[in-house]
Design a protein around this ligand. Structure first.
Ligand code: ADP
Ligand code: MG
Ligand code: ZN
Length: 486
C-alpha cells in the first residue's frame, strides 16, 4: 500500500513593532514603501564603528504584550546577541538579535479551522531583533535604503505543530490578528511590516519523525504562504514516493510560475557565530512590569468572539467579526449607536461586506467606507420602526455606499417611506396573480414555495413602499381564496 504523507510545518514570523523610533537609536521609524530613502539614518543604524546602541523601552513593551498574548513565559533576564553575517543591506556585518535567552518562550496560539474546530499550535519563542535595510535591484544596479535598518523586529517561532497548508493559513491569520489587537503591528503585509517564513517537511501519517525541511523566505501574503506550503508538501511527498531525498535549502516563491525556487542551501546556526552583544547590558524585565502590561492588554480575538457569542450571534458570525480588529470595532460602534447585535451582524456580514467586495475593498479598510457605523444603525432602526422595508433599506445602503449621507435623507430623496395603503397592495397582488396564472396553479397544487416568488413580484410592484407583512398577508389571503374557489 502506498504511504500517505502529512505536512510538518513550523512558522518563523517577523513583525516590525509600531514604535516611533528604532530599536537601538533615536531615528524615526517610517513607511519604507513611501519615505525618501536614507533620510532616517544615523551612525548607529548605519553601523559606524565605535557607536553605542541603547535598547528601546517601547519595543520591549510591545514584545512583552505580544508574548503575553501568545501565552508565553516572559524571561526576567534577557541577553542580546550578535548574529554575524554579511549582506549589503546590513552595514554592521552582524544583526543584534537574541539567541539563547529570548524574551518570550513556551507559549501557544489557538487556531480556528474551517470546520469550526480549534487546534493548539505551540510557540517555541519570540525574540527581539533589528530589521535590515532594503535592497532594490534596478537594471544592472543594486540600490540600498537604510531607513529600515534598525527598526524593531519581533521574531515569533512556532513549534512544528502545523500539519496542512490550511492550518498554516489559519495560524498566520490568527497571529496577524493578535499582533494587530495588541497594537504591536499594523498587519499590512503588502508593506513588508509582517513577513512569514514556513519551514516545511513531510512524514508518513502516523509517524512522529522529523525529516529534512526547507524554509520558504519572506512571504508577504497569507495566500502565498498557503500556496507555497501546499506546493512544498506535495513536492516532498512525491520525492519520497519516488524514493528520492529532500535537500535542506532556503527557497523563495515565484509568483509567475506559482512554484518555489531554490535560493541557497541553508546555513546552520554555527555559521552565524552568535555571541553576547558586548555593547548592551543584559536586560532585566521585572515581574511588576510584566503584570502591569498584562493588566493593560486589550481584549484579544477569542475573548471578543465569546462576548459576541453571548450577544446571540452565531459562532460563524462572531468569528468573522473578530478576524479583523477594524471590523470588530466598527461592529461595536454600530451597537453603540443603538442597533441590535444580531441584525447588525446580518447587515454587516451580508450587505456591507457584499458591497465592499464588489468594490474590491478588503474587509480591514471598513473604517474608510462612506457608510458610517451611525448610518448603518439608523438604517436598521428605520426598518425596525416600519418606516422602510428591507428592500428599500438595501437600496438606501447602495446609495450611501456610493455617495454617503444619512438614511433618513435618502428615504425622503428616494420616496421610499412605506405606506400601509391596503388598496394599493390589493391592486398589486391582483395584477401579479393575473400575470402569473401558472404559478398560481402550482401554489394551488400544493407548491407553497411559489409564494416567495410571487411575494418578490408584489414587492417590486410596490417599488419599495409596501410593508412586507401587509403584502404577505394580502397575497396569502387572495391565493388561498382563489384556490378554494377552484
Ligand atoms: P533555525 O533557527 O535554524 O531556523 P529552528 O530549530 O529554530 O531552526 O526552527 C525553525 C522553525 O522550523 C521552527 O518553526 C520549527 O518549528 C520548524 N521546524 C523544525 N524542524 C522542522 C521539520 N522537520 N519540519 C518542519 N518544520 C520544522
Ligand atoms: Mg530559520
Ligand atoms: Zn539611527
Amino acid at each position: 500500500m502506498a504511504t500517505t504523507f502529512e505536512g510538518v510545518i513550523g512558522l518563523e514570523v517577523h513583525a516590525e513593532l509600531l514604535t516611533t523610533s528604532k530599536m537601538f537609536c533615536g531615528c524615526a521609524v517610517v513607511d519604507s514603501t513611501t519615505a525618501a530613502p536614507n533620510m532616517h539614518v544615523c551612525p548607529i543604524c548605519l553601523g559606524m564603528p565605535g557607536v553605542l546602541p541603547v535598547i528601546n523601552r517601547a519595543a520591549v513593551e510591545y514584545a512583552i504584550r505580544v508574548g503575553l498574548a501568545l501565552n508565553c513565559e516572559i524571561a526576567p533576564y534577557n541577553v542580546f546577541a550578535r548574529k554575524s553575517y554579511f549582506y549589503p543591506d546590513q552595514p554592521k556585518g552582524f544583526q543584534i538579535s537574541q539567541y539563547e535567552l529570548p524574551l518570550a518562550k513556551n507559549g501557544y496560539l489557538m487556531i480556528d479551522l474551517p470546520d469550526g474546530s480549534t487546534k493548539r499550535i505551540g510557540i517555541r519563542r519570540a525574540h527581539l531583533e533589528e530589521d535590515t535595510g532594503k535592497l532594490m535591484h534596478i537594471g544592472n544596479s543594486s540600490l540600498v535604503d537604510f531607513n529600515r535598518s534598525g527598526v524593531p523586529l519581533l521574531e515569533i517561532v512556532s513549534e512544528p505543530d502545523i500539519r496542512t497548508a490550511d492550518e498554516a493559513e489559519a495560524y498566520a491569520r490568527k497571529l496577524r490578528a493578535l499582533l494587530i489587537y495588541s497594537g504591536a503591528n499594523t498587519g499590512d503585509m503588502s508593506k513588508g511590516v509582517l513577513r512569514m517564513e514556513p519551514n516545511i517537511s513531510v512524514r508518513p501519517v502516523g509517524s512522529d519523525e522529523f525529516r529534512t525541511r526547507v524554509e520558504v523566505k519572506n512571504l508577504n501574503s497569507i495566500k502565498v504562504l498557503q500556496k507555497a506550503s501546499a506546493f512544498e508538501i506535495a513536492r516532498h511527498a512525491k520525492v519520497y514516493e519516488q524514493g528520492g531525498t529532500i535537500k535542506q535549502a532556503t527557497l523563495g516563491w515565484d509568483e509567475m510560475r506559482q512554484q518555489t525556487v531554490v535560493q541557497r542551501e541553508k546555513e546552520s546556526a554555527s555559521d552565524y557565530r552568535y555571541f553576547p552583544e558586548p555593547d548592551l547590558p543584559p536586560l532585566h524585565i521585572s515581574r511588576e512590569w510584566v503584570e502591569e502590561i498584562r493588566q493593560q492588554l486589550p481584549e484579544m480575538p477569542d475573548a471578543k468572539r465569546d462576548r459576541f457569542l453571548s450577544m446571540g450571534l452565531s459562532r460563524y458570525e462572531a468569528s468573522v467579526l473578530v478576524t479583523e480588529r477594524s471590523v470588530a470595532d466598527w461592529f461595536e460602534q454600530v451597537l453603540a449607536a443603538g442597533a441590535e447585535p444580531k441584525k447588525t451582524a446580518n447587515w454587516l456580514l451580508n450587505e456591507v461586506f457584499a458591497r465592499m467586495n464588489k468594490a474590491g475593498l478588503d474587509q480591514d479598510v471598513i473604517g474608510t467606507i462612506k457608510v458610517t457605523p451611525a448610518a448603518l444603525a439608523a438604517l436598521i432602526k428605520l426598518v425596525d420602526a416600519g418606516t422602510i422595508n428591507n428592500n428599500a433599506a438595501k437600496t438606501i445602503l447602495d446609495n450611501i455606499f456610493e455617495q454617503g449621507g444619512e438614511p433618513a435623507e435618502w428615504v425622503k430623496e428616494l420616496g421610499l417611506e412605506q405606506t400601509r395603503d391596503v388598496s394599493a397592495v390589493e391592486a398589486a397582488v391582483a395584477k401579479v396573480m393575473s400575470d402569473n396564472p401558472k404559478d398560481v396553479d402550482r401554489f394551488c397544487a400544493g407548491e407553497e414555495k411559489v409564494v416567495r416568488f410571487l411575494m418578490g413580484l408584489v414587492m417590486r410592484e410596490g417599488k419599495g413602499k409596501f410593508p412586507a407583512d401587509l403584502a404577505q398577508q394580502v397575497l396569502t389571503e387572495k391565493l388561498t381564496a382563489l384556490c378554494g374557489s377552484k
